[in-house]
Structures are given as C-alpha cells and as structure tokens.
Design a protein around this ligand. Structure first.
Ligand code: C2E
Ligand code: MG
Ligand code: MG
Ligand code: MG
Length: 282
C-alpha cells in the first residue's frame, strides 16, 4: 500500500528526522492545492516617514490558512515553495492581488501610497518576469511608480547577471526596488552597489538591540550613511519601542515599520485605519 511505501521511504531516518520529512511532505502537497482552494490571503503593514510621521507605504504579507494544518507562518512555507517552484504561481497571485487592492486605496484617498510586495529570488530568475509585471500593471491600470518590489539577497540567486537584467527591466517600467533584510545572512555590499535599489530595509534582528548593543547601533548608523552616499533611503523594520525610533531618527533613517506603529492587518482593517479616519475629517 502507499502508506507502507511512505513509511519505507523514510525508514533510514531517525524518528525526529522522519517527522520533519513527513511534515515537509504535508507542506509540499498542501502548497500544491492552496491556490485552487483559495487558502491564501494578504495582510498589510504600514510604513511611515520618520521625520513627519506620515504614512508613505504599505507592505503586503502573505498568509496561508491550510485546511489540514491551520495557519502556517510564511517562514515555514515560503522556503519550501521556493524549493519546489510553487512560489512562481503563488508569487503571481500575490502580485495580482496586492495590485488590485492597492489600486483601490490609491483611488480612494491615498494617491501617493507606495505598495510594497515581496518577490522571491526565484521569480527574478524568470526572464518573463518584467513582461508579466508590465501586463499586470497595464491590465489593472496601476501606476508603476506606486509599486515597490522587496527583494531578499540569498543563496537562491544563482544567476546574478540574469537577476540583475530582470531588475533593470523592472526599474525601466518605473517600478521601485527595495533590498529586504539587509544586514544579516547573505547580504553583501556587492548587491547593494550593483543593483538599482531605491530603498534598503534593515533587518529587524539588527534593530532589536540598537538601544543596548553599541555594535548593532554602529552597524545601523553605517548602513544609513553608506546608503545615503549612494542616494538610497533606509527603512528600519521591526521597530517595537519609542527609544528605537528615537535612535533611528538621530541616525538619519528615512522610514520605519514595526509593531510599535502597526501590525500586519487584513485589508479591511488597513482601510478603516487610513481611509475612514481621513473621510471623517474631510
Ligand atoms: P519580510 O519581508 O522581512 O517581512 C517582515 C516580517 O517581519 C513580517 O513577518 C512581519 O510580520 C514581521 N514584523 C513586522 N514588524 C515587526 C516587529 O515589530 N517585530 C517583529 N518581531 N516582527 C515584525 P512575516 O509576515 O511572518 O513574513 C516573514 C517573511 O516571509 C517576510 O519577511 C518575507 O521574507 C516572507 N514573505 C512574506 N510574504 C511574502 C510573499 O508574498 N512573497 C514572498 N516571496 N515572501 C514573503
Ligand atoms: Mg519584506
Ligand atoms: Mg524577506
Ligand atoms: Mg525584512
């Protein structure tokens, strides 16, 4: 029986490994049908200019509520979706849905809102990506200048030249690019200077201790200076305290995002917070 085959396949693993492998298989299979079953939604988190406190942007964040597994955090399924290639159709769904939602906000009182969407390095390896994006923008009559794609540097960028070419095409459409999670992991100055980024997002793990760890504070300050020299803006993510925000202000950081200012919320809640309030005042 297939059950027996399944067991044999993992026979060589220790129980803990076997459980992890089974878990991964459940995720792989779940991801295959998640789009059809309409199990994905997007949440939205506000981004603010530090100097003025003005809302400048919003980041779309993918949420998966699996019928079998319940809610699965992106950190648990995005890497698997990247490995299996499922991220290609999923990423397309994310872009289309975010653009559709962003269009409504732009039309109903937030004309300058910058919509940020996370894009996997896998999507950038696809030669057709910029073309697909152009069609999407045209079909939904979405102003390219109101869109920013957030890219994380990673081992997944195998073909740097190909990704760079796609990034140039994206910028050619008038769409902005942000380097996500900078300051940790695979981030390097090479990518920062070669790719046409408008914004550098400092990873939340570097922001967490800036008030107690002078080394982290130094690194953050240096990133702000370096980015400024290159004509890029810095956005700090994971801002959770007033004191972190005060330090970032002193460092000359351009914008902030974090639980202190707003958690990721469903579209309706974002609209209520930023559109209804406005309507009442006007
Ligand atoms: P990211 O793009 O760096 O997104 C920021 C993450 O930090 C989000 O986690 C957000 O909920 C969380 N966050 C925001 N403010 C705070 C804070 O003040 N404190 C703390 N501790 N966390 C905060 P989330 O939603 O779990 O997403 C995790 C990662 O999954 C994202 O990191 C991104 O790399 C990836 N991801 C999410 N949605 C998508 C998507 O549509 N496509 C792709 N390719 N990746 C996505
Ligand atoms: Mg991001
Ligand atoms: Mg990221
Ligand atoms: Mg990030």
């Amino acid at each position: 029986s297939s059950k027996k085959e399944g067991r044999d396949r993992y026979g060589k693993f220790q129980p803990q490994q076997r459980m992890a492998a089974e878990q991964t298989n459940i995720l792989i299979n779940g991801l295959k049908s998640a789009l059809e079953k309409d199990e994905f939604t997007l949440h939205y988190q506000s981004q603010f200019e530090l100097r003025t406190g003005r809302l400048i942007g919003v980041e779309a964040l993918l949420r998966w509520h699996s019928a079998e597994l319940g809610p699965v955090p992106p950190g648990n399924f995005i890497p698997i979706a990247e490995e299996t290639g499922a991220i290609i159709p999923i990423g397309e769904w994310v872009l289309r849905s975010a653009i559709e939602q962003g269009k409504r906000w732009i039309q109903s009182g937030l004309p300058e809102l910058l919509l940020s969407v996370n894009v996997s390095p896998r999507q950038l390896q696809d030669r057709q990506f910029a073309g697909l994006l152009a069609v999407m923008l045209m079909e939904q009559d979405f102003p390219a200048g109101n869109l920013c794609l957030e890219i994380t540097e990673s081992y997944a960028i195998e073909d740097m030249e190909q990704s760079l070419q796609v990034c140039r095409e994206i910028v050619g459409l008038g769409v902005k690019l942000a380097l996500d999670d900078f300051g940790i992991g695979y981030s390097s100055l090479g990518m920062l200077s070669r790719f046409p980024f408008r914004t550098v997002k400092i990873d939340k793990s570097l922001i967490r201790d800036i008030d107690s760890n002078p080394y982290d504070a130094d690194v953050v300050q240096t990133i702000v200076k370096l980015s400024g020299n290159k004509g890029m803006e810095v956005l700090a993510e994971g801002v959770e305290t007033e004191w972190q925000m005060e330090l970032l202000r002193r460092f000359g950081c351009h914008s902030v995002q974090g639980y202190l200012l707003g958690r990721p919320v469903p579209a309706a809640e974002f609209g209520k917070a930023h559109l209804l309030g406005r309507g009442e005042r006007e």
